[in-house]
Design a protein around this ligand. Sequence first.
Ligand SMILES: CCCCCCCCCCCCCC(=O)SCCNC(=O)CCNC(=O)[C@H](O)C(C)(C)COP(=O)(O)OP(=O)(O)OC[C@H]1O[C@@H](n2cnc3c(N)ncnc32)[C@H](O)[C@@H]1OP(=O)(O)O
Length: 387
Amino acid sequence: MEERKLLHSFLAKSQDELPPRRMKDSYIEVLLPLGSEPELREKYLTVQNTVRFGRILEDLDSLGVLTCYMHNKIHSAKMSPLSIVTALVDKIDMCKKSLSPEQDIKFSGHVSWVGKTSMEVKMQMFQLHGDEFCPVLDATFVMVARDSENKGPAFVNPLILESPEEEELFRQGELNKGRRIAFSSTSLLKMAPSAEEGTTIHEMFLSTLDPKTISFRSRVLPPNAVWMENSKLKSLEICHPQERNIFNRIFGGFLMRKAYELGWATACSFGGSRPFVVAVDDIMFQKPVEVGSLLFLSSQVCFTQNNYIQVRVHSEVASLQEKEHTTTNVFHFTFMSEKEVPLVFPKTYGESMLYLDGQRHFNSMSGPATVRKDYLWNPRNTTFVEN
Ligand SMILES: CCCCCCCCCCCCCC(=O)SCCNC(=O)CCNC(=O)[C@H](O)C(C)(C)COP(=O)(O)OP(=O)(O)OC[C@H]1O[C@@H](n2cnc3c(N)ncnc32)[C@H](O)[C@@H]1OP(=O)(O)O
């Protein structure tokens, strides 16, 4: 950190001082040679002989940061004065149920939108199938630049757009920003549910009333349903220095992996069969996690439909000395189970809000377990190909 203090003088006083960058300046491809280097597999292997998604989350986090460093690279300096942190995992969509640990994986990523101090990064993952890399995952992250000591904001290089396709990607970035603001301003933590949502909850409530008693209090679980309070799992992690990032805080990818694995176990024990992740969205990194903290993770099923299970993982930290807990992240995962799963029923008003929030996240999923109609940006020929 002493060394990083000296980098302060390289920070720009305004964004105008910084040269604009093209999308292809930050474009990067990284190979994960699972097929050609079998010794790598152990780290990525699940007992069902698939790839650990938690490890992929870690790799995406590092790639997102690396892409932003490419965008802001100062060619004359040995080290970047910026501390780039993950602010938000906006969306991850899986196009394939599971990945083979025996075939090479390729990641690509580039900056697709910039603000003053924040950047949106689009990443894709492909797996070798025969002699072709096929798309398996799409991800959008938002990264924020901080000064050398990660104490205050820092400007990022502007983005120059070179084609109508790049303008379209940038426009999508703007729309994403607007959508995030709208989603957060209508959050159930701030506003009452809509009339339709209110009706859903009331109908669920009515279906749990005991017809034998004229009482609001005697509640009976409908067939093939589980009370939400019985769908929880909790865990505790000690944040050892091994998990720190280059800025001496806990690595965001580690937090995501731990939350994902608890969420997966929750979905597995709820659904009674092996679940596959289909979407991850809106993971906000509200506060950095200090090395040495205790990380409390609480996971619960908050919404289900057919084979789908929506899981919410809440993470809080406390230091060993202080008893007070602080929320650092809320994670949203959508899983698909091999067979149809029970309905989950809220009992309290708070649980009803969790249910509706889960339903909103579920409905925002773009396309369950199918390849999305999307654009693949190819900087080699700067054209877009539909996949
Ligand atoms: C060359 C080097 C090699 C590198 C090797 C690579 C591998 C490295 C691997 C290591 C990997 C290490 C990686 C890790 O492990 S990072 C570890 C995980 N992440 C964290 O710990 C971050 C924790 N959170 C925070 O510190 C704060 O909440 C941040 C800093 C994020 C925001 O704080 P604050 O709220 O006070 O900031 P502000 O109000 O001034 O806003 C600033 C800007 O941020 C935008 N914003 C904020 N929130 C959101 C949001 N939710 N969605 C979208 N945008 C958001 C906002 O619009 C504004 O943009 P702009 O209008 O200025 O554009």
